[in-house]
Ligand binder design. Structure first.
Ligand code: C2E
Ligand code: MG
Ligand code: MG
Ligand code: MG
Length: 281
């Protein structure tokens, strides 16, 4: 206390920051056991055809049912799991559970197949044998590879020589589809993406949030989305818009020619049983 300068002193004795840091440490150090103890659950969010209104697929989103802290959103722990490497175990569980569930839906509704879209972290591509894991999980669950989509971020595939590139090609040869998540937040190199075995773009939510509204009378983002969709289609990619929150946004995206939408306008992420009800409905 005596020696530190003003700023450091404040940091050192701010109880709130200290509590935050301790929580992070507590979460980080228990992540691995949490996977073994089965403390994670998945919710599923619909991806809907903008033209047809038909349910095309669902994205699996992980939550941690923490014994002390309650239900935690992924932004509280995915970064920590990437830092300490436990994302590899967690990611493997997410993949297995997603494919198991998707296979149940496929068996129950063979005439209305929906795909499952699973988020894959950078480290799963670099530090684990993702291809072997996916192959084993598809084999165990019996899910057709065409019904599995993997979501990777641009940073995970950019400059991906060697291992990641081989992995993408192997997965795509298996019939698994690759989507670029949060497209538009990073390098957004569409020319580069088109040379990879990528079949879909998920436009980051910030685009739709920048659509025309009372606060934004000049819809620059709408023009950008229109151009992106057109270019993506010419390159053979399908496009999903994230964060579709109202009917007006859905209608604009439909007119622009975007393929699918995902967001609160259609549904929040929900429990598997809700998706089953939707399919049965
Ligand atoms: P993401 O993959 O871009 O997932 C979409 C996020 O947007 C989800 O947040 C979803 O709940 C939220 N969202 C959906 N519709 C709307 C909307 O209309 N408005 C707004 N404002 N938000 C909407 P969530 O579930 O908190 O997940 C956050 C991020 O955590 C995900 O972003 C993904 O990067 C990561 N994540 C989630 N599950 C996994 C996982 O199993 N593995 C990995 N590696 N990352 C995951
Ligand atoms: Mg995603
Ligand atoms: Mg996303
Ligand atoms: Mg996002």
């Amino acid at each position: 206390w005596a020696k530190a300068d003003g700023k450091a002193r404040w940091t050192l004795f701010d109880p709130e920051r200290n509590a935050h840091r301790m929580t992070r440490q507590a979460l980080s150090s228990t992540l691995r056991q949490a996977v073994e103890r089965g403390e994670f659950i998945l919710e599923y969010q619909p991806l809907v055809g903008l033209d047809s209104g038909v349910l095309r697929g669902v994205e699996a989103l992980v939550r941690w049912q923490h014994p002390h802290f309650g239900r935690l959103a992924p932004d509280r722990f995915i970064g920590l799991a990437e830092e300490n490497g436990s994302i590899v175990q967690l990611g493997r569980w997410v993949l297995a559970e997603s494919c198991r569930q998707a296979r149940v839906w496929q068996k129950d509704h063979p005439d209305d197949p929906i795909f499952i879209s699973v988020n894959v972290a950078v480290r799963q591509v670099w530090d684990s044998d993702l291809v072997a894991d996916v192959a084993a999980i598809l084999e165990e669950t019996g899910l057709p590879p065409e019904l599995l989509q993997l979501e990777l971020t641009e940073s995970a595939v950019m400059g991906s020589a060697g291992r990641p590139l081989q992995a993408l090609h192997a997965l795509s040869e298996m019939g698994v589809r690759i989507a670029i998540d949060d497209f538009g937040t990073g390098y957004s190199n569409l020319a580069y993406m088109s040379r990879l075995p990528v079949s879909a773009l998920k436009l980051d939510g910030s685009f739709v949030q920048g659509f025309r509204s009372a606060e934004h009378p000049n819809p620059a983002d709408e023009t950008i989305v229109e151009a992106l969709v057109e270019l993506a289609h010419r390159l053979g990619l399908t496009v999903t818009a994230e964060c579709v929150e109202n009917a007006e946004q859905a209608e604009r995206l439909r007119r622009i020619g975007c393929d699918t939408g995902q967001g609160w306008h259609y549904s929040r992420p929900v429990a598997a049983e809700r998706i089953s009800e939707l399919l049965a409905g």
